[in-house]
Design a protein around this ligand. Structure first.
Ligand SMILES: NC(=O)c1ccc[n+]([C@@H]2O[C@H](COP(=O)([O-])OP(=O)(O)OC[C@H]3O[C@@H](n4cnc5c(N)ncnc54)[C@H](OP(=O)(O)O)[C@@H]3O)[C@@H](O)[C@H]2O)c1
Length: 248
């Protein structure tokens, strides 16, 4: 799709990958709507970009999303691209005292259920666009789990599965709406701070988002994630061991 004169909403755009995507898409007549919970972060992000509007909105709150849809309808009258980027992770080991249910539930609400609600509620506006896209930022962890973030990985696996179903549904019903999924490895943002592994930059992930949209590549495994994905296709069991640094 061409990336000019589009109205683009990015969740979790005050920092990290969301902000990098906003920077990559700013200009060319595009109007950016940046959402997140932290007002100061959003205002600073919007002030640094051309034609960007900050809207404080919690992706897990139905009331906030209804208000957001009404604001977009009233102030912009259209939406061409929805980027479901906001994400939450708890790093912890599973144990009897881990409180895994509450953590998994919060991760599911942010990483899986929020994109479903946002997509459903913005679909009527996306349907009216001449050329539209839904971009879900998932993770290589959808395929390859690690004990310390296993409930997060499960939420991204759920998002991956949903994304495939949504893509196939819209390809039949509304072929002008492309459904994209970007699956990064570890990325250098607040999210992965303190994790001692090699990380790619948020700007490089944003470049992949642009490449996906411009070339209709619906699923991208960013950076080293492509190599790991190929290993996973060859042998899920062996790839899981390699990914977790386990020697057989
Ligand atoms: N960093 C990595 O290693 C990595 C790897 C693969 C995939 N990802 C995915 O990339 C996406 C972006 O993460 P990031 O690395 O850029 O981390 P980040 O810098 O921490 O950004 C996450 C953003 O999500 C927003 N957010 C969190 N909960 C929200 C909610 N309920 N409603 C609205 N906004 C919310 C946060 O803003 P507020 O706090 O202001 O709400 C923040 O701006 C996530 O989906 C993550 O799972 C990250």
């Amino acid at each position: 799709m061409n990336l000019q004169n589009k109205t683009i909403l990015i969740t979790g755009a005050g920092s990290g990958i969301g902000l990098a995507i906003a920077k990559a898409l700013a200009g060319n007549g595009n109007k950016l709507i940046l959402t997140g919970r932290n007002k100061e972060k959003l205002q600073a992000a919007a002030a640094s970009l051309k034609d960007a509007t900050p809207v404080v909105s919690d992706a897990t709150s139905e009331q906030d999303i209804d208000q957001l849809v009404a604001t977009v309808q009233k102030d912009f009258g259209s939406l061409d691209i929805l980027v479901n980027n906001a994400g939450l992770v708890f790093g912890y080991m599973l144990s009897a005292n881990a409180n895994a249910y509450a953590k998994a539930r919060a991760e599911m609400e942010t990483n899986y259920l929020a994109p479903i609600r946002l997509t459903e509620k913005f679909l009527p506006l996306l349907e009216k666009s001449g050329q539209a896209a839904i971009v879900n930022i998932s993770s290589l962890q959808a395929f390859l789990s690690v004990p310390v973030i296993s409930t997060y990985a499960a939420s991204k696996a759920a998002l991956h599965s949903y994304t495939i179903g949504l893509r196939l549904t819209l390809q039949g019903k509304s072929p002008h709406i492309g459904v994209f999924e970007i699956m990064p490895p570890f990325v250098d943002t607040d999210f992965s701070r303190g994790v001692p592994v090699a990380k790619m930059s948020a700007a490089a992930v944003a470049d992949d988002v642009l490449r996906a949209l411009q070339t209709d590549q619906y699923e991208i495994h960013s950076g080293i994630a492509e190599t790991m994905y190929q290993q996973y296709l060859a042998s899920p069991e062996a790839a899981t061991l390699v990914f977790n640094g386990i020697k057989k």
